[in-house]
Design a protein around this ligand. Structure first.
Ligand code: FDA
Length: 372
C-alpha cells in the first residue's frame, strides 16, 4: 500500500467533489485523469478573452439552495438565462415552446388562441390507444406543427434513428408554456461561472493532500492500482471496468467543430438549435453570449455540434437509458456492489444522465455515506 487513502479515477465533477471533501477530512488523495486536462466535460478554456465550453454548452441550474451555495464557493455566477432559439429551414422560433413560439408559428396572440390551435392539431391526428413510438407521443402532446418543425429532425439527428423507431418514453413530457417566457429552465437558480468552469475544479482540487496526474488511463494499470490503493473512486465507464463481461452498454457520442470568425456577433444568441433533418449538426454555440458578448469585439468563436454513434475508443457523452441498457447496467451494478473497495460514481460510473447539480448532489451523498 502507498501513502494515499484514495485513488480517484477521473477529474470530472463527481471525482473532484469527492476528492475535495476527502481532503477536507484529512485524507490523502491521488486523482488520475486520462485526458490532458482536469474538469471532465465541464472543461472550459479561454481564447481571445472568450471562455469556450469545450464539450458542449454547459448552463448551471438548480432549485436546491444547498447545491447552489456549494458551487458558489468556487466561482461567482452571472445571471445568464438559457433561452435557445430554433432555426428550421431559415425560420427562427423561440424555445422552449411558449407564446412567442406559437405567435411565430401561427400568429396566435392569446393563450386561448394558442391552446385551441394545439388542441385542434392533436385532434386532427387520430391516435388510438397508447403512443407506440416517439412520433406518436410527441404529436399527442403538442400536435403536428411543433412536432414537424421543432422536434422531429432534431431528435432524429440526436439519436441517429427515425422518430417512429424511437421509444415513446424518451419524451415523457413536452413542457408547453402559455406565457411569453423564453427561459428554458424552471429552476430557481441559474447562471454561468464568470471566468469559466475549469476554475471550479481547480479550486476543488487545490489542496496539499491532493495530487493530480493527467494523461493517465486507469486501465493501463488497473490491477496495480487496485492493489496499491486502499480505496478507489471510479468515474469511468462501468462496463469497461468489468471488461464488458456482459456486453457493451450503449452511448451516444458527439463531434465538436470549433471555428473562430472575424465578426463580433455571429448569431445573436449563445445556443441556436437546427431542427431540420438536412443540416447535419444539431446546434451552433456562440460562446461569448454566455458572458454577454465579452471578449475581443472583432472576433467570436462558434462550435457546431454533430451527434455521432459511439464505438469503443470514442468519447461516451450520453448514456442511452432505454429498457435494455438499464437492464444490462443493473447486472453491472450488482458486480459493482461486490467490489467493496471501489465506489462507482458519476455519469459513466452510474450510467445515468446527470446534470451538473445532480452529479454534485450524488457525490455529496457518497461523501456522507463514506465519512459521516
Ligand atoms: P465527466 O465525464 O465530466 O468526468 C469523468 C472523467 O473521468 C473524465 O474527465 C474522463 O476523461 C475521466 N475518465 C474516464 N475514464 C477514465 C479512465 N479509464 N482513466 C482515467 N480517467 C478516466 N449539465 C448541466 O447541468 N447543464 C448543461 O447545460 C449541460 N450540458 C451538457 C452538454 C453536453 C454535450 C454533455 C455531454 C453534458 C452536459 N451536461 C450538462 C452534463 C455534465 O457534463 C455532467 O453532469 C458532468 O460533467 C458529469 O460529471 P462526471 O464527473 O460524472 O463525468
Amino acid at each position: 500500500l502507498n501513502s494515499y487513502d484514495y485513488l480517484v479515477v477521473g477529474s470530472g465533477l463527481f471525482g473532484s467533489v469527492f476528492a475535495h471533501e476527502a481532503a477536507l477530512r484529512g485524507k490523502r488523495v491521488k486523482v488520475i485523469e486520462k485526458r490532458e486536462h482536469i474538469a471532465g466535460n465541464i472543461y472550459t478554456k479561454e481564447f481571445d478573452g472568450i471562455q469556450v465550453h469545450q464539450y458542449g454548452a454547459h448552463i448551471f441550474h438548480t432549485s436546491d439552495r444547498e447545491i447552489w451555495d456549494y458551487v458558489n464557493q468556487f466561482a461567482k455566477f452571472n445571471r445568464y438565462t438559457n433561452s435557445p432559439v430554433a432555426n428550421y429551414k431559415g425560420q427562427m422560433y423561440n424555445l422552449p415552446f411558449n407564446m412567442n413560439t406559437f405567435n411565430e408559428l401561427w400568429g396566435t396572440r392569446t393563450p386561448e388562441e394558442a391552446f385551441k390551435k394545439i388542441e385542434e392539431q392533436k385532434r386532427a391526428v387520430h391516435l388510438v390507444g397508447q403512443p407506440r413510438n416517439l412520433e406518436e407521443q410527441a404529436i399527442s402532446l403538442v400536435g403536428t406543427d411543433i412536432y414537424q418543425k421543432l422536434i422531429k429532425g432534431y431528435t432524429e439527428k440526436q439519436w441517429g434513428k427515425k422518430a417512429t423507431e424511437l421509444p415513446a418514453f424518451i419524451i415523457r413530457r413536452l413542457p408547453v408554456r402559455f406565457t411569453y417566457d423564453n427561459n428554458y429552465f424552471n429552476d430557481t437558480y441559474q447562471g454561468i461561472p464568470i471566468g469559466g468552469y475549469t476554475q471550479i475544479v481547480e479550486k476543488m482540487l487545490d489542496s496539499d493532500l491532493i495530487d493530480i496526474e493527467t494523461n493517465v488511463d486507469f486501465f493501463a494499470h488497473k490491477d496495480r492500482y487496485l492493489g496499491e490503493y486502499p480505496k478507489v473512486v471510479f468515474t469511468g465507464m462501468i462496463d469497461q471496468y468489468f471488461d464488458y463481461k456482459y456486453g457493451e452498454l450503449e452511448y451516444r457520442s458527439l463531434r465538436f467543430e470549433n471555428e473562430e470568425l472575424n465578426v463580433s456577433n455571429y448569431q445573436g444568441n449563445a445556443v441556436i438549435n437546427y431542427t431540420d433533418a438536412e443540416t447535419p449538426y444539431t446546434r451552433i454555440i456562440e460562446h461569448k453570449h454566455f458572458e454577454f458578448g465579452k471578449g475581443d469585439s472583432g472576433k467570436t468563436i462558434i462550435t457546431r455540434e454533430y451527434p455521432a454513434n459511439w464505438k469503443r475508443g470514442d468519447e461516451p457523452y450520453y448514456p442511452v437509458n432505454d429498457v435494455q441498457n438499464n437492464k444490462l447496467y443493473k447486472q453491472y451494478a450488482k458486480l459493482a456492489a461486490r467490489e467493496s473497495n471501489v465506489i462507482f460514481g458519476g455519469r459513466l460510473g452510474q450510467y445515468r444522465y446527470f446534470d451538473m447539480h445532480q452529479v454534485i448532489h450524488s457525490a455529496l451523498v457518497r461523501v456522507h455515506d463514506e465519512f459521516d
